[in-house]
Structure formats: C-alpha cells, structure tokens
Design a protein around this ligand. Structure first.
Ligand code: NAD
Ligand code: TDX
Length: 339
C-alpha cells in the first residue's frame, strides 16, 4: 500500500506520518510538502532515511510535479493535509489561501481522476460551518449543518470541500471528507493559541488573549484526529463526510489559565488585546456519525492532553526555538506589536 500524505511536514500531517509509520510499518509513505513557513522537515527526522519513506519537496499547486509523482509512485491512498491553515494570516493576505487550499486540492483531484486511486481523503475543518452562539450550549455542528464561512481561510476550505463532492459525483472518485475541531499536541506551529501561550509563558512574555477570551473551541488531541482519519480511509464510505470532535469545549481564557497553572506562572501575564476580525464565537462538533458508524472514540481528555503537550514543548525546545528565532520574529512583531 502506498500512501501520499500532503502537508506531512506540518503539524497534523507530521503527526499522521508518525502514526501511520507506527501502525502500518509495511506501508510506503510519500510525503508531499513544499515546506512553507509552517513546514518543518525536522518533524520527519525519524523516517527520513527509511527505504519505505520518501519526502518530496512538491507544491500541490504544481500540476506537472504532482502528476510526475503519481506516475512514479502510483499511490493507493491520498490524504490531503496541505493547506495554509492560520486564520489570522488569511485575514492579512487571503490570496495564497485560495491558491493552495482550493487550486491545490483541484490539482490533486485531477491527478486522482487521471491515474485512479483507492481513496482520496480531504482533511477539512469545523470552521466551514461558521460559528455557534455562546448562549446556546445545546447546539452542535452535524454533517447536515449548512456551510456558512467567516474568514478567507474557512471560505477556502469550504470551497475545497465542494470541489471534492463535485469530483465524487461527476467523476466517481472514491473520496471522503473529515471536518475536525481544533487540534493540539506535539509539533504544533507556535503561531497557534496553545503553543504560543506555552512558549510565551515559558519566557514570562505577555499572553495575548483576543477580545475577552470568551470564544469557545472544542479541543482534540492530535493523535485522536489521526486515529479518526485512519478509520475513515480504511473503513469509511466513499462520498461521505465525517465530523470529528472531542467534546472538550473550553473558552480561550480557560485554556490559557490552565497552561499558566501547569507551568506555575502568574496570571498577570494574561493581556487582553484587540479582537480578531470576524472572530468566530463557538465551535462544537457532534461526532455521533463517526462514533456510531466507524466505532471511533477520542482517547485523550483535555486535562491529560494539555499536560502531555506541555511536556513535549519542554522536552523539545530545539524544535520550536529554531522557529521562533527565525522569520517568526517579524510575524510576531507585525501581528502583536501594536495590538
Ligand atoms: P500546518 O499549517 O501546520 O501545516 C501545513 C503544511 O502544509 C505545512 O507543512 C506546509 O509546508 C504544507 N503546505 C502548505 N502549502 C503547500 C503547498 N502548496 N504544497 C505542499 N505543501 C504545502 O497545518 P495543520 O494545522 O497541520 O493543518 C493540516 C490540515 O488540517 C489543514 O488542511 C487544515 O485546514 C486542517 N485542520 C487543522 C486543524 C487544526 O486545529 N490545526 C483543525 C481542523 C482542520
Ligand atoms: O494569540 C492568540 N490569541 C487568541 O486569543 C491566538 C493565536 C489565538 N487566539 C484565539 C483565537 C481563537 O478563538 O484562540 C482561539 C484559537 O485560535 P487559533 O489557534 O488561531 O485557532 P482557530 O482560529 O480556532 O483555528 C484552528 O482550528 C481550526 C486552526 O488554526 C485551523 O487550521 C483549523 O481549521
């Protein structure tokens, strides 16, 4: 079995490479990643010299390069993680989000039509459903919830989902889609809430909470997301969409206070800053379909997952210090300097 994992040098894709290599040692894994600011080849260090692992520095928007790789490797399964993934960056500069997330998906889908595959899986997000009101904790996103996007990022992900569905219907490709809530865990790029707060707290820097910190996210430990995708690509029904979530809803302020508490730092570091434009209020997934049809259950509750995540950042300082000492400094200054 040959599996293409696009975006495998990023956070979730990287964790998925580790997961697949551990669980299916006989699979050939080909990682397609063009190493944007968010890609880190070091995440793949343990496999880089394996005969059954191939890293290809490929941009998914490059039709010629993608087709050449399909021709050479003849993949059975494609799991598409490659994307521009940060909402704040999409607000500053939407264009690359449309190119990578929509056009890149189309190139991969065209290659699937041309060469034939057993399964294409699109890693999507709960953000395609928009948001839920804070005062209605009884409401959840189901697979039937209409698409209703808020940011250029979520609009580009929704467009990609629609393309996948169109290719299923028109060309009959065996594709599935998963829509997942916020992930956290090892190898998470420092621009995102949880790693940013851990890293800033470790050096006693201000912890920038947007607005009043009341927005709610439904946190899923990344390994639980990997196990859901594993089930979908092996047992899921082509043409279906599966919501993936951990029932671990927390306000942003609760998350930040938990991190501060575990690290033994002062809550005085918490600084309320200007809100994100169009900031989604609450995401909450109803995962009953994947639980009932495929028997998936998340294993990690937030209290355990956040401790494991903090331990990983403490044990792997060289992984993130190299990032924050590079171009990330300019990004941080631009985003937070005058906020
Ligand atoms: P990430 O930003 O950490 O990683 C993205 C990876 O894609 C990087 O390695 C980058 O180099 C690569 N990439 C970007 N453009 C590319 C291109 N044109 N060609 C090839 N590679 C390219 O992202 P992540 O957080 O790991 O998210 C992975 C996927 O999961 C994305 O599709 C995202 O929309 C989705 N998702 C993420 C979350 C989350 O909480 N992080 C939740 C739900 C869904
Ligand atoms: O400095 C910050 N302060 C802050 O209050 C940052 C970076 C974020 N926040 C808030 C904004 C959100 O309400 O924390 C929450 C989480 O923010 P992000 O980590 O940027 O994630 P989010 O915008 O929720 O999107 C994430 O989950 C869905 C991923 O980045 C997406 O790729 C995924 O689709």
């Amino acid at each position: 079995m040959t599996v293409f994992i696009t975006g495998g040098a990023g956070f979730i894709g990287g964790n998925f490479v580790h997961y697949i290599k551990r669980k299916y040692p006989s699979y050939r894994v080909v990682c397609l990643d063009c190493l944007t600011y968010a890609g880190n080849i070091k995440t793949l260090d343990p496999f880089i010299n394996d005969a059954d692992f191939h890293f290809s520095n490929t941009d998914i928007t490059s039709r010629a390069d993608v087709c050449r790789l399909f021709e050479e490797e003849r993949p059975d399964i494609i799991v598409n993680f490659a994307a521009e993934s940060h909402v704040d960056r999409s607000i500053e500069n939407p264009e690359i989000f449309l190119k990578t997330n929509i056009m890149g998906t189309q190139v991969l889908l065209d290659a699937c039509v041309k060469y034939g595959i057993k399964r294409y899986h699109q890693v999507s997000t709960d953000e395609v459903y928009g948001d839920l009101p804070l005062e209605r904790p009884d409401l959840f996103f189901t697979e039937q919830t209409p698409l209703h996007t808020s940011s250029p990022y979520s609009a580009s992900k929704a467009a990609a989902d629609l393309l996948v569905q169109a290719y299923v219907r028109t060309y009959g490709i065996p594709a599935t889609i998963s829509r997942c809530s916020n992930n956290y865990g090892p190898y998470h790029f420092p621009e995102k809430l949880i790693p940013l707060m851990i890293i800033n707290a470790l050096s006693d820097k201000a912890l920038p909470v947007y607005g009043e910190g009341k927005n709610v996210r439904d946190w899923l430990y990344v390994e639980d997301h990997c196990s859901a995708i594993d089930l979908i690509i092996h047992k899921g029904t082509p043409g279906e969409i599966y919501n993936v979530g951990g029932h671990n809803e927390r306000t942003n302020l609760e998350v930040v206070k938990t991190i501060v508490g575990i690290l033994g730092k002062s809550e005085d570091l918490i600084t309320f800053v200007k809100d994100r434009k169009g900031h989604d209020l609450r995401y909450a997934i109803d995962p009953s379909k994947i639980e009932n049809e495929l028997g998936w259950k998340p294993k990690t509750v937030f209290e355990d997952g956040i401790k494991k995540t903090i331990s990983w950042y403490l044990d792997n300082k060289e992984w993130w210090q190299e990032i924050i000492n590079g171009e990330y400094k300019n990004y941080y200054e631009k985003m937070y300097g005058n906020r």
